[in-house]
Ligand binder design. Structure first.
Ligand code: C2E
Ligand code: MG
Ligand code: MG
Ligand code: MG
Length: 287
């Protein structure tokens, strides 16, 4: 009867609420712990960068690299950026971590030029919050001065979601960066929420086609059409196009056939520890 039903519902509701608060507490505790550990990681300098080669389709040679952060707590396995970048962004810790990434990548790029005689641009990921930092352009300028790296060998990868913010401050930052001479790439192109208008309004040097389009071309032929359209778009705007997440010969062949400029993906190499990336550049001179 209705009374029993009401009683049952109330009881279930209360239980659900308890389960809910329990889960919430657990999630909160986990976040607080992660934030605490991240702060420690900054103090202890537990981050490292791996470098994933970018390859030119025409020459078949390594023409750059993307620096990708990993967290290496002492005595433990590497932790993926997917596990901590979001919380670093939410807590603002990304500003400190991001500055470390840029400085380390610039220092490495310069060292690689000196050791290997090869001049390849190194790209770093810059998250939306980091990009909105009031002093980003100045920070980068200082880092370039200290490391003596030619600005054109530093590339910033930002996502379309960063570009949704079209405040005057944001546009000012974009233009200051351009004035400094660093390159700008749109990461995960095709998956964000902004309009294409920024391609004509902003000084963009490279489009990085997101791996979702590349990984499923075999199953879904529509993705081939999308890849082709992006390559044509880039060509007609004079913007270089690189495909991310290239893993198979089939994907490689298709991208080459449509005249894509560059590739990045396991097909050629996973992200490498710095020594291995350096060796790759050295081997390339000999071949
Ligand atoms: P992203 O910038 O789009 O970087 C590409 C990701 O795809 C990397 O994952 C890379 O290891 C992975 N990848 C490359 N080739 C292949 C492939 O052939 N197949 C597959 N399945 N994956 C491939 P990773 O290193 O785990 O980084 C994930 C994301 O974390 C990055 O995506 C980027 O958004 C963020 N991230 C990494 N390092 C940094 C950093 O220093 N700062 C910030 N703000 N974000 C970072
Ligand atoms: Mg990236
Ligand atoms: Mg990407
Ligand atoms: Mg990404």
């Amino acid at each position: 009867n209705a009374d029993t039903a009401m009683y049952k519902a109330k009881k279930a509701g209360r239980n659900n609420f308890q389960i809910y608060t329990h889960a919430l507490n657990a999630a909160l505790t986990e976040r607080v712990t992660l934030e605490y550990n991240l702060r420690q990681a900054i103090e202890l300098e537990e981050f490292i960068l791996h470098y994933q080669p970018k390859v030119d389709f025409t020459t078949g040679k390594v023409c750059g690299a993307e620096a990708l952060i990993r967290w290496q707590p002492e005595g433990q396995d590497l932790i993926s950026p997917l596990k901590f970048i979001t919380i670093a962004e939410e807590t603002g810790l990304i500003e400190t971590i991001g500055e470390w990434v840029i400085a380390t990548a610039c220092y490495k790029a310069k060292a690689l030029q000196q050791k290997t005689g090869q001049y390849v641009p190194i790209a770093v990921n810059v998250s939306p919050r980091q990009f909105r930092q009031s002093n980003l352009a100045n920070t980068i300028k200082k880092i370039l001065a200290v490391t003596q790296l030619d600005p054109s060998y530093l590339e910033l990868e930002i996502t379309e979601n960063t570009l949704i913010d079209d405040s005057s401050k944001f546009i000012e930052t974009l233009h200051s960066l351009k004035k400094i001479g660093v390159k700008l790439a749109i990461d995960d192109f095709g998956t964000g929420y902004s309009s294409l208008a920024y391609l004509k309004d902003f000084p963009i040097d490279r489009l990085k086609i997101d791996k979702v389009f590349v990984s499923s071309i075999e199953e879904d032929p529509k993705n081939k059409a999308i890849l082709k359209a992006i390559v044509v778009l880039g060509k007609s705007l004079g913007i270089a196009v690189i495909a991310e997440g290239v893993e198979t010969q089939y994907q490689y062949d298709y991208l080459k056939s449509i005249d894509c400029d560059q590739l990045q993906g396991y097909y050629y190499s996973k992200p490498l520890p710095e020594q291995q990336f350096e060796q790759l550049l050295l081997n390339q001179i000999e071949s």
